[in-house]
Design a protein around this ligand. Sequence first.
Ligand code: ADP
Ligand code: MG
Length: 679
Amino acid sequence: MKTASPFSFPVSPALAAKLAKLGLARDADLVLHLPLRWEDETRITLIRDLLPAQTAQVQATVRDAKVAYRPRRMLTVTVEDAAGGVLGIRFLHFYPSHLKLFQPGESFRFSGEVRGGFLGLEMVHPRFVKADDDTPLPTQLTPVYPTTAGLSQAALRKLVTHALAAPIPDTLPAEWRAELGLAELESSIRLLHQPPQASALAELESRHHPAWRRLAFDELLAQQLSLASARRQRNARPTLPLPPRQRLTAAFIHALPFELTAAQERAWQEISRDLAQSHPMRRLLQGDVGSGKTVVAALACLQAIENSFQAAFMAPTEILAEQHYRKLAQPLAALGVRCTWVSGSQRKAERQAAWQAIAAGEADLAFGTHALFQEGGSFQRLGVAVVDEQHRFGVGQRLALMQKGTEPHQLMMSATPIPRTLAMSFFADLDVSVIDELPPGRTPVVTKLVSAARRDDVLVRVREACLAGGQAYWVCPLIEESEKLQLQTAQDTWAVLTEQLPDLRVGLVHGRLKPDEKQAVMAAFQAHEIDLLVATTVIEVGVDVPNAALMVIEHAERMGLAQLHQLRGRVGRGSRESACVLLFETPLSELARARLKVIFELSDGFEIARQDLLLRGPGELLGHRQSGLPMLRFADLERDVDLLEAARNLAQRCLAQHPEIAARHVERWLGSRQSLSAT
Ligand code: ADP
Ligand code: MG
């Protein structure tokens, strides 16, 4: 019985499974499965002209083939070309059939890298085809595709050729292409699969070739279209508007011990305006560590509450949720706002009581981690949901929240500055406000790179700072492989430091403490009952103790740039001169060296994030959790900024005026993974 295949030619189930591993589920996917590189098999090189390390093709006749056992079992074939040059060929993996194939006198073409072997030049595992002098040479470069175990290049090439048999209609009208200076789609795709001999290989490999640019543009356009369409659909969904009443918000601002910075004020106005709309807000509030996002978020909550709605304030960790609660509950209570919080550390009865109050509308503002809100009960009238440190949640979470009950306005906050190009692409469905100014009176943090061999000097410094009335953090190395090991390290570090610094009060906080224990330690640090706080990276986000002006980070070379920047943002919050000491172990890897250089030289979060993007690529910067987003395969956000801008503009126009073109385009690129109708 024949099963329906999404391919237009026969594909066995076993083959289909292999193709699926490569994300190839239909003809159109094969058409867009583009080569990693190309081999030039259009020329024959004489053996006597070969040079070591060169990649070349020879046409030669087998003189001799045998299995040798030194130094291990291998098939060695000696071949000779018409000009009398002799070359050794070695196969370390081979079948008995190979031995039969390489009969003396038979002619082959071998192509591969030339090596200077023990007995002269040789090729190891070259590609080969049976061919004599009259066999025509290909006139095109040979594509080399990304593949998977058990799927040969030859098989893949054949499949792609099948898929390419059909014409490839261009999704973009000719006038648009002319206007944008873009190549035609069909010729671009065909050229990349089968570049003519004379193609500029360097341009192809660096992906600056017009054919690549066309594909990069199409990919970016598909992304922009699907995000812009998500945004349009959202704008079409009704929500109850929450206009500014200036009752609670004005009173809160009035009671603050400081003035809002101009940037905070601007962001707040943008949010306030959004809330007054009759469709749900989705705004990302970006601001470097310490830029004062919390106050702005509190204002958003208050605008909901003064409209008799509730607000939820979600943080990624219990420590942070609790800190927000402790900081805001009191000033808000003074305004008559009823705050509550739900926590994993609460006794069950207590938590149930909190949820009851939330469900009955007796609590106006609830703090907690997103996990709690997801497992928990429901709100009576949720108007605004604030998600702090959004980058910790990922895009999947972004959707889960949207689907909870009635649709609240949403404010997401991120201290991981997202470079403009990323914001324009992956976050194009959100509106973005940026707080690009720190509150006045902050002292810049001096960053020092110190080899771990000089740890003792650092101890002296920590001691002096603490005895002079300051406080310090000591951040333990990140051990990704094992949480247990991480805990062990933190405890060991604490024990050692306690011993080495007997006149300091040394505390310890780590992820495995129970929430109330964690909270007790943080409270003690805040109250200056602890001088030196040994911590795992749990303090990465949000902790705010202005008197702590010194931070030591061990094994800084293991940490990513965003993380180092976040950690460093914990100091420099008060008037004390602040420093961050990055201890590193030698030898440093290339990447670690590059990262440390960036963090040493730069303090601006956006610039650091941009460098991070350059060093790591967007996938990692967005975090693994964000992998639900279709990653860019062809476009490069640094190289193709111009294309990104163009795609963004076209997406707007296209959706408004030519929805059928938009739908076709997205279908080609995202296929079954996403369509314009499903947000
Ligand atoms: P983040 O943006 O990292 O979340 P926070 O909201 O925690 O920053 O603010 C950091 C600190 O700055 C807090 O102690 C907060 O009270 C203070 N702060 C916020 N806005 C201002 C301001 N306009 N002037 C002075 N201090 C401010
Ligand atoms: Mg914060």
